[in-house]
Design a protein around this ligand. Structure first.
Ligand code: ATP
Length: 232
């Protein structure tokens, strides 16, 4: 089903052919993790929800794979935490940005950002640096599922709190994130929304959850799960 969604995304002009390669890499890591949400990833997801709820201006970044795999879930998460959605592509073309904006609108999104592209992330080449001035550029907390390493690093250097969803605990994006979620976006995105709603309803101490989170231990745990699974 997942592969078919990505294929469909390529046919609709939403997902790039590079996205097919990213999907294959993701599947390999998911297989090694047992295609489940490990406990440390669930804890990271909860910390991510706390960050998003505490944020002045949270933004959820959407690329071609995210749009193909979980568009409705991203719209629901944006609603749960009061975040903006912004289309943000590695291989940006206006046509593809437009196709993804429309796809998100078909799934209930309003006011999707990414078309203005009137600000730049410092220290990146022109096309890859484009963001909206009132979107990612202004955000204090950004969720970037499947981000490429260079951009994740450049965003982190802008003093933003970066939440990365990536199945590879060794990828640069996961390693530079304040909160790395080592899980499939298909499971992680609805899980962040569920945690956010639960945290809000229970009146939990969000600052304490953020403080207690340990990114390095999270990466080490995922790596350990992968290594022990491949040794079985
Ligand atoms: P980096 O540049 O961060 O060091 P990379 O070059 O491997 O790593 P990309 O090719 O830009 O990164 O992105 C692909 C990443 O997305 C891979 O790490 C892959 O594991 C991950 N990925 C692919 N599909 C999913 C998915 N459904 N859920 C979570 N992560 C995924």
């Amino acid at each position: 089903v997942t592969r078919h969604r990505i294929e469909d995304g390529v046919e609709k002009g939403i997902t790039s052919t590079q996205g097919l390669i990213a999907q294959g890499r993701g599947e390999a890591f998911d297989y090694l993790l047992g295609e489940r949400t490990i406990d440390s990833a669930d804890a990271a997801t909860r910390a991510a929800a706390a960050h998003l709820l505490l944020a002045r201006h949270p933004v959820l970044s959407v690329n071609g794979n995210v749009a193909a795999l979980c568009p409705g879930e991203m719209v629901d998460l944006a609603e749960a935490v009061g975040a903006d959605l912004e289309v943000n592509l590695f291989g940006r073309t206006e046509q593809r940005v437009q196709a993804i904006v429309e796809h998100l609108r078909d799934h209930g999104a309003t006011g999707v950002k990414g078309l203005a592209a009137d600000a730049r992330i410092p220290n990146l080449s022109h096309e890859r640096a484009k963001v909206d001035a009132d979107g990612i550029y202004d955000a204090d907390v950004v969720l970037v599922p499947l981000e490429d390493g260079d951009r994740a690093e450049a965003l982190g250097a802008m003093n933003k709190t970066e939440i990365v969803i990536d199945l590879n605990p060794l990828s640069r994006s996961a390693r530079v994130a304040a909160v790395p979620i080592i899980d499939n976006i298909i499971r992680a995105v609805p899980n962040v929304a569920r945690h956010a709603r639960e945290l809000r309803e229970s009146g939990a101490d969000l600052e304490a959850i953020v403080e207690a989170f340990d990114a390095e231990a999270t990466l080490a745990d995922a790596e350990q799960v992968i290594r022990s699974s491949s040794a079985d």
